[in-house]
Design a protein around this ligand. Structure first.
Ligand code: ATP
Ligand code: MG
Length: 373
């Protein structure tokens, strides 16, 4: 790898790159090809940025900021028109071809063996034969997503939805219009496009969209500048905030404090901005309260009955090797999980995975035994 050349394309000096190699850059030798991974954002280089051993760079997908007061933020942030897309709830992947083979990178910059197998099934190979430098940014969603399992999308397994495109060695992305055009050309699914609104009326329209999405259990929207000159913003439904909270309170000792607080605060601002009636506010309070208390009580009762606190997910693989590789991938990501023996199904295998939620499990037992918080 030519360090000077890589540093130049990263936009930093060679000595800075060498310095970073001892701090924020980690090497990953598996699965092939070998790569360097940025574990933190630094010098304007996004977390999850990857440098492959042949020197090709794939920049991390930028973080999307979230307003709490929708109308005020839209007026402040956008120039005139706001393009609105669905925000889908799964995991972020960057699909690309390296040395002629398709791989899927996670947000953190690992090659995920399961996401890679799914990508090879969903994304036509010839896209990369014609355009070898493309990087397809999308969300993998569905009930057989082992990171975020959701049965609200039209798939009974896992599906890939494109939401942006970039190129190797390139920081900027193609933006909303080119992405949807290319999705059509390539025969790929893309996240739903709800239209373009003038910034004066956008908040009102987005409120209606988000309420409707919420009723379907869907997450929310990403607002984008049609000319792709401004950073996108995201905004989510109350249903999603509550559903996040219910997962987090079920596993209350395994989530960071900010995860809980930020979601509760979103509910406060949404309730005020949407000028709710006393009755509507009561209903919001009830669902917020239920999403906190019910799953937590369930966890405590399960532990009281001697159960272990676990989360069961399921994947479907074509090859047994993918299941074995995914097991290793979860372990190296710090997730403890038990893989059941694969069950033949159609032309592949179903694999049930029991994730051990260690911290909540042990904390709950200790508290039940009378220990102090
Ligand atoms: P962070 O909050 O730190 O940005 P996160 O993964 O928790 O990280 P999310 O709240 O999920 O962030 O929002 C950003 C993510 O939303 C993107 O990384 C992407 O995976 C996902 N996403 C879903 N639909 C879209 C879309 N239409 N456009 C852009 N991103 C989308
Ligand atoms: Mg997400």
């Amino acid at each position: 790898m030519n360090l000077a050349n890589v540093a130049q394309r990263l936009g930093i000096t060679e000595s800075r790159l060498q310095g970073l190699q001892e701090t924020v850059i980690r090497e990953s030798a598996w699965p092939e090809p070998r790569l360097l991974r940025f574990e933190k954002e630094t010098s304007g280089i996004e977390v999850g940025t990857v440098v492959f051993e042949n020197g090709e760079i794939v920049f991390g997908y930028p973080k999307i900021r979230r307003p709490l007061m929708l109308a005020a933020a839209i007026k402040r942030h956008f120039s005139e028109i706001v393009a609105v897309e669905e925000k889908m709830n799964g995991h972020n992947v960057r699909v690309l071809s390296i040395n002629g083979e398709m791989v899927a990178l996670t947000r953190g910059g690992f090659i995920c063996p399961y996401s890679t197998e799914v990508a090879r099934r969903m994304v036509p190979e010839d896209i990369f034969e014609k355009h070898p430098s493309l990087v397809l940014c999308g969300e993998m969603v569905g009930p057989e997503n082992p990171y975020v399992a959701k049965d609200i999308y039209p798939t009974d397994s896992i599906d890939f939805y494109l939401f942006d495109i970039t190129e190797k060695n390139c920081k900027s992305t193609f933006g909303v219009h080119r992405t949807h055009e290319m999705a059509e050309e390539f025969g790929l699914k893309a996240t739903a496009f709800f239209g373009e609104f003038h910034k004066e009326s956008a908040a009102q329209r987005i409120k209606q969209i988000v309420i409707k999405l919420g009723r379907q259990g869907r997450e929310g929207v990403v607002m984008k500048d049609p000319d792709n000159k401004l950073a996108p913003l995201k905004y989510t439904s109350s249903k999603t905030n509550c559903s996040d909270l219910s997962v987090a309170f079920r596993y209350y000792n395994d989530y960071a404090l900010d995860f809980f607080v930020s979601r509760a605060v979103r509910e406060g601002f949404q309730s005020v901005e949407w000028n709710e009636s006393a009755e509507e506010r009561k209903a919001r309070a009830l669902s917020l309260g239920e999403s906190i208390l019910m799953p937590m009580v369930d966890t405590i009762e399960r532990k009281l009955q001697g159960e272990n606190i676990v989360q069961v997910v399921q994947i479907r693989v074509k090859s047994l090797q993918t299941a074995r590789d995914f097991e290793y991938h979860l372990r190296r990501s710090g997730i403890r999980a038990i893989f059941e023996s694969p069950q033949p199904d159609d032309d592949g295998y179903l694999v049930r995975i029991t994730k051990l939620i260690m911290s909540t499990n042990d904390k709950t037992q200790a508290l039940l035994d009378g220990e102090m918080w």
